[in-house]
Design a binder for this molecule. Structure first.
Ligand code: UDP
Length: 473
């Protein structure tokens, strides 16, 4: 390796959602900004199908030096059902000694350490070795809420969810209590304290990189940079960073099937790497789809353990209504395995995406020009859904939040038809999402806002490493 290159260490916390965009950040730093990147993968247990798939394709690409660290067991500290911030920050605290020793072996030493939103405990390692420390987060509006949370904590009395008015975040869209991110749902819980702590660690970093671009989040980014109460951390909009759709070793049969379908005629349905529906909701979704008579690919997972029934067991297909698969044989496919989502969304036959609005999925849909049915389930997805449906006009969403009640088959049929065949609202959403696609692509090209933000980051790293060398003399 040329020693003149800046050397970034990226530490990716467990979970497909983080790995996907962390890897793409690394790829961009190498390909566009001439960085060397050492990429540490942190796992909680054995890699999931999704994690393995991503690690293998990144290794085959050979852009990054990938190091998969031994899994971290935190079962002695946190329960198996602990919420995500509590669990993952415990994992990222526990990994510190391993990481310290792995980083000290790196030659040349790194210029910067980048972690994702769950990796802030690792920033301590950056301080110890005096290198720059950055946090890479998903979307801008939830970031604003996180940075502003200490002020809300002081100003708001009682639970946020019980407020009569939306929470005011200066310069940003206000946050309706029903859209709040999970850690803010109960202020008495440890998860809430961890959320505040992570926000404060982010404020103390050398910069927060956000997976968005200036034109998508103009107002929110301006607010974070200019309004009081967000701290004075630098914010770099470096996205949209999504998994590229490339040919894989074996072409999925789903893509062969898509080849046979008319253009923009297939609705893709997936709830990300973790999302599950109740047994009853699976039934309603199946009926709604069948009633709509639209083509589909549905990535179906069994309901959560508490909702599964003993007689139907773990096989997701057992939760479909009797005869659904044979009646819809010519219309669609149901898959229970990991699906090549990026490739599916890229296919010309895909015309809509019923999504849980994880930020990666949302960006993938936008960058493929595919309008959405927003079906948020957990984490910051309700805020993402509101942005996509109400601010950007690229999604429809059910009247009742799917986390609060059952979405009925008639409403599902109506939403599917709206996205797939409506000549007014549907067409307008499709046109709008294609505009956003073009603006996202532009941001990443040389001279675009995200490309430039990455270049600024590279400059900051170069300057810092010169300073370090000067001190070492
Ligand atoms: N994904 C996939 N196949 C699947 C499920 C998910 O390729 O069957 C990918 C998807 O393309 C996205 C990521 O996994 O890149 C999920 O990230 P997201 O932020 O959308 O949701 P999360 O899983 O973190 O809730």
């Amino acid at each position: 390796m040329e020693s003149s290159k800046p050397h970034a260490v990226i530490v990716s916390s467990p979970g497909v959602g983080h790995l996907v965009c962390d890897l793409e950040l690394g790829n961009r730093l190498v390909a566009d900004q001439n960085f060397h990147v050492t990429f540490f993968v942190v796992l909680e247990s054995q890699a999931s199908a999704g994690e393995s798939h991503l690690i293998q394709s990144a290794m085959a690409q050979k852009l990054l030096d990938i190091v998969v660290l031994p899994p971290v067991d935190v079962s002695g500290q946190v329960g198996p059902n602990s919420p995500i911030f509590t669990r993952l920050t415990a994992v990222m605290t526990e990994i510190r000694p391993t990481l310290r020793s792995a980083i000290s072996d790196l030659k040349p030493s790194p210029t910067a350490i980048v972690v994702d939103a769950f990796g802030t405990p690792v920033l301590e390692v950056a301080d110890e070795i005096h290198v720059l420390k950055y946090v890479f987060v998903t979307s801008a509006w939830p970031l604003a809420l996180m940075l502003y949370a200490p002020i809300l904590d002081e100003e708001v009395e009682g639970e946020y969810v019980d407020q009569k008015e939306p929470l005011r975040v200066p310069g940003c869209m206000s946050v309706r209590p029903e859209d709040l991110v999970d850690p803010l749902l109960d202020r008495t819980k440890h998860e809430y304290k961890v959320f505040l702590q992570v926000g404060s660690e982010m404020r103390g970093s050398d910069g927060v990189l956000v997976n968005t671009w200036e034109d998508l989040d103009t107002r929110t980014l301006k607010a974070i940079r200019e309004e009081e109460g967000f701290g004075s951390v630098s914010v770099y909009a470096v996205g949209p960073l999504i998994k590229p759709a490339g040919p894989s070793a074996s072409r999925s049969e789903l893509l062969d099937w898509l080849d046979e379908q008319p253009i923009e005629s297939v609705l893709y349905i997936s709830f990300g790497s973790l999302g599950v529906l109740s047994a009853q909701q699976i039934t309603e979704l199946a009926w709604g789809l069948e009633m709509s008579q639209q083509r589909f690919i549905w990535v179906l997972r069994p309901p959560s353990k508490k909702d599964a029934s003993a007689d139907r067991g773990d096989d997701a297909l057992n939760y479909l209504p009797e005869g659904f698969l044979s009646r819809t044989q010519k219309l669609g496919l149901v898959v229970t395995q990991w699906a090549p989502q990026s490739e599916i969304l890229c296919h010309r036959s895909t015309g809509g995406f019923l999504s849980h609005c994880g930020w990666n999925s949302s960006l993938e849909s936008i960058l493929r020009g595919v309008p959405m049915i927003a079906w948020p389930l957990y984490a910051e997805q309700k805020m993402n859904a509101t942005k996509l449906a109400e601010e950007e006009g690229v999604a429809v969403r059910p009247k009742i939040a799917p986390t609060r009640g059952l979405v009925g088959r008639e409403e599902i049929e109506m939403m599917v038809r709206k996205v797939m065949e409506d000549q007014e609202a549907g067409k307008a959403m499709r046109a709008r999402v294609k505009e956003l696609k073009a603006s996202g692509e532009k941001a990443l090209t040389e001279g675009g806002s995200s490309f430039n933000a990455m270049s600024q980051l590279a400059e900051q790293c170069a300057m810092n490493s010169e300073r370090q060398k000067g001190k070492g003399k």
